[in-house]
Design a protein around this ligand. Structure first.
Ligand SMILES: [Fe+2]
Ligand SMILES: [Fe+2]
Length: 197
């Protein structure tokens, strides 16, 4: 039996029935987002880029340090995903993580993830002839301290080959809970019965 498909060749011709059908597929597909995020995180496995540990281990170590320091679940998931954009966002990796997390996390955590690249630069930009104080442009921002602390305590310190991080499976339930329901999205209603395209 072939899968039912919408009948239009251009969206201009779409009907409510078409979009009911597409919506039913979207609901199932969106449920699989945590699986796709897990799969993409695993792409960082074995990717060293010259660093002492690979990018998956760095992600696990950042999340483990945040968790052991008492940060809440959403923060820990942000820590886990902060570098997930390394594979496709070679020139803007924080933007990729921020885009994936945006529907599910607070403004505070979103800003922290989005800006972590500039703040992390404090620890190495000067070694590459760049300005390590680039983060100073945000010095009066209310989330400056939060983001500086994320890098100082968890991200910049997470390159230790001898650190015993929790495995990805430890964080999986947290990731699934954070990704269970979007707080904000123009397609949020599709989870119920509107359309998405
Ligand atoms: Fe990063
Ligand atoms: Fe990082």
């Amino acid at each position: 039996m072939s899968e039912q498909r919408a009948g239009f060749k251009a969206m201009q011709e779409g009907t409510a029935e078409d979009w009911q059908l597409i919506s039913s597929h979207f609901r199932a597909f969106s449920q699989g987002l945590p699986d796709r995020v897990m799969t993409h995180l695993q792409l960082l496995d074995g990717d060293y880029g010259g660093f002492p540990i690979d990018r998956l281990e760095h992600s696990l170590q950042t999340a483990t340090r945040a968790h052991r320091d008492g940060q809440d679940e959403e923060y820990v998931v942000c820590a886990l995903l902060h570098d997930i954009g390394d594979t496709l966002g070679s020139y803007n990796h924080p933007d990729i993580a921020a885009a994936i997390l945006k529907p599910f996390v607070s403004e505070e955590n979103l800003w922290m993830v989005e800006k972590h690249g500039v703040f992390q630069g404090y620890y190495f930009f000067h070694h590459l002839g760049m300005d390590r104080h680039l983060r100073d442009q945000f010095k009066d921002h209310p989330l400056y301290q939060r983001t500086a602390e994320f890098c100082a305590k968890y991200d910049a310190t997470a390159f230790d080959p001898d650190y015993a991080s929790e495995p990805l499976s430890f964080f999986e339930p947290m990731l699934r809970r954070v990704f269970a329901k979007p707080r904000q999205s123009i397609y949020k209603a599709v989870g119920k019965d509107a359309d998405a395209a």
